[in-house]
Every structure is written in structure tokens, then in C-alpha cells.
Write a protein that binds this ligand. Structure first.
Ligand code: MG
Length: 255
């Protein structure tokens, strides 16, 4: 069997057209990628989102358990740190951040997330959303109290889970099979609240490189109004090569 590797990655963060500061943050060091979208006045959002991505700066946390459990523990540790900072300083009271992180394993990708920053997988021209927002609007849709059409709601940015506000947080976690050619997109809601998913797929299909794709996604969000900070992290998977076992057809019979 072959093993996956990250063949290419590209990141971009932008203040957008209406905010004065950029409270988003990202981490991109293969094989671990993350986006965080901070909230809270007086630069507190920046403190929260920076603390969230710093918690992943050392890569996949060591220790027992599955990749999902190890990442969830890192999220929990980051939550405790951000919560302690918010309690210690009244300028930072109530600060919080989303966090969506993806770790590339040998044959799959593990995602942990809190809040409404999303992870998508682009494969064969189709874009699939892998995460479910922890937002008021998505909770109401899940409960059947709001139709997906009605979910285009002015309060769609209200999130129901974040790192920081509480002593404990429950991250969502999932592991999806992956293969060579897959492109993963992590992004803050400054992208997805501005650009419809069909348009995201078109931008990805049309860009010759991920660097161009990242720039074009930000450009589309800004053209649509750029009401929020915009962050995109893209990575493309390939086979690492040097297959551990040669295919049967490749084996040469001698004698
Ligand atoms: Mg945002």
C-alpha cells in the first residue's frame, strides 16, 4: 500500500473590507493544518485565536489514544488556557475562538472542530462539506425548526460552541478516508458567509495552483462584500511514492 503525503499547500488570511482588525489565525505545517476565528473586543479575539493555533504548533500531541483523542486533548488544553486568560483579565472577559484542525494520516484525514470554521474535501470536481457548524442556525436546521433555505439567516454567525467561554468544550471529531488528488479546504466563516459553495468549487477547479486558488477565494469573498475576516488553508494529497510492497505485476521472476 502507498502512504499519503501533502504535495502542496497554500494559506491566506485577509482582514476583509469592513473589519478594522484580523482576528483569524491559522497553522500550516504538514501534516497538521488549522484555522481559528477569534471573537471578543479590544484585541481579545486575536489573543484567543492565536492561543488556539499555537496549541497545535508542536504537531500531533504525543500520548496514548487515537489521533482523534489526541487532537481533542490538544483542543481541550487550548480551551483551558484561553478560558484562564479570559478570567484573569476583564478586557478579555468572554473572549473565544473557533478551531478547525486537520491531520493527514497514512490513508485518512482526521478533523477536530469547534464552532463554524469549516473543512471541505474537493474530489473530482465536487466539493463536500465534512464539518457541521456549531451554530444557532445549524442547530435549528438539525432540529427541523428552520429549513436549509431559511438558514440564510442574519444571525447565522452566532455560534453555540467556542474555545474560551467555558471551562470545558466538546469538539466534534471525524476521520475520513483520503486519496491522492484530494484537496482539503479549511476556512473561516468570512469565506463561507460570502461565497456560495458552488462558487467555491468553481474557484478550486479553475485555479492552476493552490496558491492561486487561495488568493482567488479571498478575492471572491471581498468582491461579495468582505464583511468579515477571511482565512483559507488548502492542501493537496498525493501518494508518497516508494510503495512498501511492489504490485504483483512489477515483481520480476528470475531463473
Ligand atoms: Mg468570522
Amino acid at each position: 500500500m502507498t502512504v499519503l503525503r501533502v504535495a502542496e499547500h497554500a494559506e491566506r488570511t485577509d482582514t476583509g473590507r469592513q473589519r478594522r482588525a484580523n482576528e483569524d489565525a491559522y497553522h500550516a505545517r504538514s501534516p497538521l493544518f488549522a484555522v481559528a476565528d477569534g471573537m471578543g473586543g479590544a484585541q481579545a479575539g486575536e489573543v484567543a485565536s492565536a492561543a488556539a493555533v499555537e496549541a497545535l504548533a508542536g504537531g500531533l500531541p504525543a500520548g496514548a489514544g487515537t489521533v482523534e483523542q489526541r487532537l481533542a486533548r490538544a483542543v481541550q488544553d487550548a480551551n483551558e488556557r484561553i478560558h484562564a486568560l479570559s478570567v484573569a483579565d476583564e478586557d478579555r472577559a468572554g473572549m473565544g475562538t473557533t478551531l478547525t484542525a486537520a491531520y493527514v494520516g497514512d490513508a485518512d484525514v482526521t478533523i477536530v472542530h469547534v464552532g463554524d470554521s469549516r473543512c471541505y474535501r474537493w474530489r473530482g470536481g465536487g466539493l463536500e462539506r465534512l464539518t457541521t457548524d456549531h451554530s444557532l442556525v445549524e442547530e435549528l436546521v438539525r432540529q427541523g425548526r428552520l429549513s436549509p433555505e431559511e438558514a440564510e439567516h442574519p444571525q447565522r454567525s452566532i455560534i453555540t460552541r467556542a474555545l474560551g467561554p467555558g471551562a470545558i468544550v466538546e469538539p466534534g471529531a471525524l476521520t475520513v478516508p483520503a486519496r491522492a488528488g484530494d484537496v482539503f479546504l479549511l476556512c473561516s466563516d468570512g469565506l463561507t458567509s460570502m461565497v456560495p459553495e458552488a462558487e467555491l468549487a468553481t474557484v478550486l477547479a479553475d485555479a492552476p495552483t493552490l496558491r492561486t486558488a487561495a488568493a482567488n477565494l479571498v478575492e471572491h469573498a471581498n468582491s461579495a462584500g468582505g464583511r468579515d475576516n477571511i482565512t483559507v488553508v488548502l492542501f493537496r494529497l498525493d501518494d508518497a511514492g516508494g510503495a512498501a510492497e511492489p504490485d504483483a505485476a512489477d515483481v520480476t521472476q528470475v531463473g
